[in-house]
Structures are given as structure tokens and as C-alpha cells.
Design a protein around this ligand. Sequence first.
Ligand code: NAG
Ligand code: NAG
Ligand code: NAG
Ligand code: NAG
Length: 571
Amino acid sequence: TAGSKLDEDFINSEINPSLIRDNLRYLTKGPHVAGTQDELATAQWVADQWRSQGLRDVSLVPYDVLLSYPDSRNPNRVRLVSKTDGSVQFESSFDQEPLYAPEEADDKILNNFNAYSAAATVQGDLVYANFALEEDFEELVRLGVDVSGKVVIAKYGKNFRGDKVKTAQERGVLGLVLYNDPADYALDGYGVYPNSVMMPPSATQLGSVLAGKGDPQTPFYPSIESAFRYPEEECDLPSIPCQPISYGDAYVILKSLEGEEAPAAWQGGLNITYHLGPTLTSGLELQLEVHTASRPVTVYNVLATIPQALDQDPDRYVLVGNHRDAWALGAVDPSSGTASMLEVSRVLQAYRNATGWEPRRSIVFCSWGAEEFGLVGSSEWSQQFSRQLMDRAVAYLNIDMAVNGNYTFRAQASPLIRDIIYNITKQVPNPDPAEVDAGRPTVYDTWLERLADLDDLSRPWIGNLAAGSDYYSFQQVLGVSSVDIRYTDTRIGEPLYHTVYETFELVDELYDRGFLFHAATTAVWAKLTVALATEMVLPFSYKFYPDFIRSAVEELEEMYGDLVASHNTTL
Ligand SMILES: *[C@@H]1O[C@H](CO)[C@@H](O)[C@H](O)[C@H]1NC(C)=O
Ligand SMILES: *[C@@H]1O[C@H](CO)[C@@H](O)[C@H](O)[C@H]1NC(C)=O
Ligand SMILES: *[C@@H]1O[C@H](CO)[C@@H](O)[C@H](O)[C@H]1NC(C)=O
Ligand SMILES: *[C@@H]1O[C@H](CO)[C@@H](O)[C@H](O)[C@H]1NC(C)=O
């Protein structure tokens, strides 16, 4: 039976949407932030599920790492204060108003913060810097607005928030305030949560601003007991304070900003005219008080195996992974993925039980800890086992969120894995009945209709992997071909990302009533796993490699060609 094909229909028919829903209900009953007792409890629960499914070698793998938390007794604040007498005219809220699901009011939910922000109180004039991209700061220079020695307020979006802090810090900014503008996160005509998936005025996006990957005290080495740890002062952590606020609060602050009108392209969705600063009305200044601090904690990965047949070339692995830690309830990020991964393992083990099937290569399920802080759990594990993984891991199949929209399937992948993704999505029935009625019976068909590759409209678009989730260590560091998939809405993104409103109810009542989109994503994930773990010749195709290399070289030339030429070198 080794390497034997699965009955093609088994996966489609065995996947049970209501079990995925049950998993999600359990995982999201409270917050599960990395380094907390609640998160350890989810690790133990995932391990228990895998044991009862009959998986082998179930284990918790701990690492001692440096994470970062707000001070619960001394919340971070953004204030408008009078320059003359120091009186406080406005103070931002430090948490998000419970609006719908009871668990939004859980007192273990952390106050608003950006992990690894410096702790400091700063005060000064304020400049509005659009998205705080390098080019936005260049534009401010052109417009004659100096940001050094000032506080900057900027919008989330367009790039990684850690890069915004880095850029601001390099420009001499005192402190950075981030918010989500309604033009990007609360589009007109939809309403807001709980009536829609758009951001309400009190929603605040939490997130890490760590520039590196993994435990900051042990770069490139695993955080095991014997590891040398850099003292915190020597770690590459932000040196300025940074704090997220809601757009309800940003409205009050931006309304008070004077100076030149911001360029037309920088105007946002608040009902005001955006100004650049640096002065505020009535002699006010902006005060930013941040008490976020680092703390050594233990984080846990959970691993489990469906072992390969004994008569096969030993120790070849197909890794299937998802992170488990969330900023709050995490119903989308990551628990929609965790709920689905538990169904992938159950279905494959059920098939094994029913038929005696054994994969040609071992399937290793990985439930990562502390992804949100900087891909910490997956980085430490891949650093510890880098040699074995480089030699023996065949592929890494990641899901961060399984469903953050129901408009289309979306994939990012190594060029080697693209062809098999196309083939497999043609074998998974379309979860959207309206699309089936429109003559598009498979996941592939709607994907092609709604997200075609603009370079070749005859196929759906598959993006390149960057550094946004746990595939990073595998694809970019170890060279293990990887993929990241989800169901999403490419038109609106995920407005409630990293807010307290990522609730079970959001998923159950708005994103995926019936959990059919979760089931479809789970089917693609399971079938990819089986194809890579079972087929004698790995289902890799070089078809998309030449294009990939050509465009990667073009991009390299565009970004660094001049720099390379200035060193008398060519590519
Ligand atoms: C403008 O928007 C803010 C923030 O959403 C809101 O609090 C305020 O009531 C609005 N004002 C008007 C005049 O619509
Ligand atoms: C597989 O069989 C074992 C042993 O009977 C059982 O404990 C386990 O729950 C079964 N797994 C599934 C997914 O049915
Ligand atoms: C798909 O998502 C939208 C929100 O973006 C929601 O209004 C709609 O009801 C969802 N469809 C299903 C079947 O859940
Ligand atoms: C995908 O399907 C096509 C058509 O059946 C086949 O020729 C190709 O080899 C498949 N690709 C992979 C990677 O299995």
C-alpha cells in the first residue's frame, strides 16, 4: 500500500464542515496570546486532538524566548496636551469597545499595543506622514516638512508595520502613532462590524514591530536552554515608541492638525481635510506614553506525525503547518487555519485507519507558537533542525488563515509547486453555490474568473512567497519549497485583521456561514499533502521557473542595478 493513491473522492466526502466549526468554536472562546497560560492550554488541546485521532510522536516543543507585552496596570496612551499648562485635552482609549460577541469583553484581552515598541514618553509637534513609507518621507522633505524631533501619525497598510517604525526612526522621529484609515478599512456603503466585516471606529490593529525573525536574543540560533543570549540592549529592537489607535481616536487628533493641506492622494476617509502639521490647534502638542516591555517566556510548538511506510527511503518529510497564537480571539488569524489543520489530520488518519494506507513520505503536522511576534516558534525549530530539514524536507505547506473572505481562492508558492496547485484546485468542488450555478463547478474556476494572472489570463494568479508567515524559514532560509493558501476577498482585504473583533461570530455569521469555504480550503490542503507525500516522482514542475527567474532578475535590476553598477559589477 505504500505510495498507493488515495481514493480520489475520499477527501472531498470525509471532510466535515461542522467539525471545523466545532474546532473554531473551541479555539476562540478566549484570547490565546503567545507566552500565556491560555496559549499553553491551546497547545495541550491540539496535542490531545492529535493523540485521540491516532497520530504518532505527538509532542510539545518548548523554546525560551523574549516576547513583548503592554503593562496591564499602566496602559499606553496618546494624548493632546496643552503646551502652556500641560492639561490633557484628549486621551486615546487603551482598549476596544465590546460590540457584539460576549468574549470581546474577556478581561484577559490585552490592551492596545505594538509588540517590541520602545517604552518611553515623548511629546512634541505632530506630522501626518501618509503610510510612513520611504517615499512618503521623501515627499515630506520636498514639501518642506521636517519630521525630526517630532511625533508622526501614519496609516497602517502598504508595507509591514515594523518597516514604518524603522523608517521613522532613521528620520529622527520621536515616536510613531499608527491607525487604520476608513478609506482602506471601512469602505463606504457596507456598514461596520457586527453588521459587516468592516472596521468600527473603536477597532485597533495590534501587531509586532520587530524587524528581525525569531527570538531577538538568539539570531540564527535556536533558543534552547544552553543558547547564548544577547542582552536586550544589544538586540535589534526599535528605539522609538510606537502605538496603534483606532480611527475614532485618530479623527480627534487629525482634526486638530494644522499646517499645509496634505496632498490629494494622502487625503483619507475621515470626514475632515487632512493637514500635514507640524502644529496642532490651540497650542496643543501630542504626547505618546508607552509602557510596552519585553519579558522572557516559554512558547510551544506542537508536532505530530503520520509516519511513512517502513519499506521506503526513510526520513523524507512533508511538513504541514499553521500558527496557533493570536493577538486576541484570533478567529480568522490563525484559528481558522488551526481548525482546518485538525481536520486535515483527522481525514488522513481516518483514511489510514480504514484502508491501511501509508504515505511514501512522513507527514509532519506543525502547530507553531508565537508567530505573531516575529515567526518565533517556526524560526527556532527550523534553526534547531536546519540540517535535517535542508536534506530531507520535501515541501512545507502553510496556512496562516484558512478563510478571511469568500470571494476567491488565493495561493502564494514556490514556482515548483504551482502546477500541482492548479491541478488540485480543479478537483475540489466550488463551495459557492452561486458560482456553481454560473457554470463554475470547481475552486479553480472561480479563482480563474476572479483572480486571473495578468501576464497570462488563461490561468489564475499565484504570488511569490515573501516573509509574512511561517513559510519564511522554510522557503527563504532553508530552501524547502513552500506554499501558502487561503480563501480571501482580494477586493477588500481583511479589515478586522488583528483586532478584538476577529471573533467566532465574525466567521460563523459573516465570512463563512456553513463552513463550506473552510472545507474547500481544507480539501486543497489535504490533497496537496497527499500528492507530495505519496507520488513516487514528486509532483514538482519546472514549467513556471523560467518566468519566475526572469522577473526576479528584472526586479533585482530595477531595485539594486545602480548600486551593483556603482561597484563596477554586473548581474
Ligand atoms: C466624523 O467621523 C468621526 C469618526 O468616525 C465621527 O465621530 C464624527 O461624528 C463624524 N462627524 C460628522 C460631522 O459626520
Ligand atoms: C483511528 O483508529 C484509532 C484506533 O482505533 C482511533 O483511536 C482513532 O480515533 C482513529 N482515528 C480516526 C481519525 O478515526
Ligand atoms: C461572504 O462574505 C460576505 C462578506 O464579505 C458575506 O456578506 C456573505 O454572506 C458571505 N457568504 C457566505 C456564504 O457566508
Ligand atoms: C497536472 O495535470 C496535467 C494534466 O493532467 C499533467 O500533465 C501534469 O503533469 C500535472 N502536473 C503535476 C505537477 O502533477
